[in-house]
Design a protein around this ligand. Structure first.
Ligand code: NI
Ligand code: MN
Length: 225
């Protein structure tokens, strides 16, 4: 799979021929001013929860791309009322889109849309196809539920929040990687705001000590996983 980082918790994952965009928050991100939102095209937009730093550019990109918004029922139908394509899910649910599949997994956090609309429960995702799959944590605390992911899936890689204060910090993210059974981790939800400024060296050392490879991507960077 090919991955591109657009800052904060936003990644474009190209899996086989399908493009999956996660939690687009680019135009409002002071660190991502070099990213041209209008140039981003995707087939699906997966939204972990309703907070502004995860949905900022959903509407704009979905409209331009004619993409399908995949999210909790409350968030998906919210965008449906804005005439966007959507696929509603809820935690624990699996869906096969044909070229790829996704399971909505639990996340311990909160969720409301920027205009105050109730957004249901937050979620993470395990997504994949017939050859590979990955975990995207969304915003969450460390949970024992993550061990269920290792029981069910053989992950190629995991995207884990680690900026602390609002989500897991570095130490809990290392445990999360162990719980889900991924030796390859990409960090997210770090540095964007003062509350989540992260010591990169400390993060790399903590993961290395556990025998796990950590990537803290640069905004705009693309790589193969
Ligand atoms: Ni959040
Ligand atoms: Mn967040």
């Amino acid at each position: 799979m090919t991955i591109t980082y657009f800052g904060h918790s936003c990644f474009l994952v190209e899996l086989g021929g399908v493009r999956l965009l996660f939690d687009p928050f680019i135009s409002g991100n002071p660190l991502a001013t070099r990213i041209n939102v209008a140039s981003i095209r995707t087939d699906y937009i997966l939204v972990s929860h309703g907070h502004a730093d995860h949905v900022g550019d959903v509407e704009d990109i979905a409209r331009r791309s004619d993409a399908v918004v995949v999210a909790a029922y409350e968030i998906a139908t919210y965008y449906g009322r804005k005439q966007l394509n959507y696929h509603p899910m809820n935690t624990g649910g699996f869906w096969n889109f044909g070229t790829w599949w996704v399971k909505a997994v639990s996340a311990v956090h909160s969720s409301v849309l920027p205009d105050g609309t109730y957004a249901g429960n937050p979620m993470g995702f395990v997504a994949g196809n017939s050859t590979e799959c990955f975990y995207y944590s969304g915003d969450t605390a460390l949970t024992l539920d993550m061990k269920l992911i290792a029981e069910e899936f053989n992950l190629k890689t995991a995207f884990l929040c680690l900026g602390d204060n609002f989500t897991m910090g570095i130490g809990d993210a290392v445990k999360a990687a162990q719980f889900v059974g991924s030796r390859q981790v990409t960090g997210m939800h770090f540095d964007t705001f003062d509350y989540i400024k992260t010591d990169h060296r400390k993060a790399h050392e903590a993961f290395a000590a556990a025998g796990i490879t950590l990537k803290l991507p640069n905004i705009g960077e693309s790589w193969e996983a």
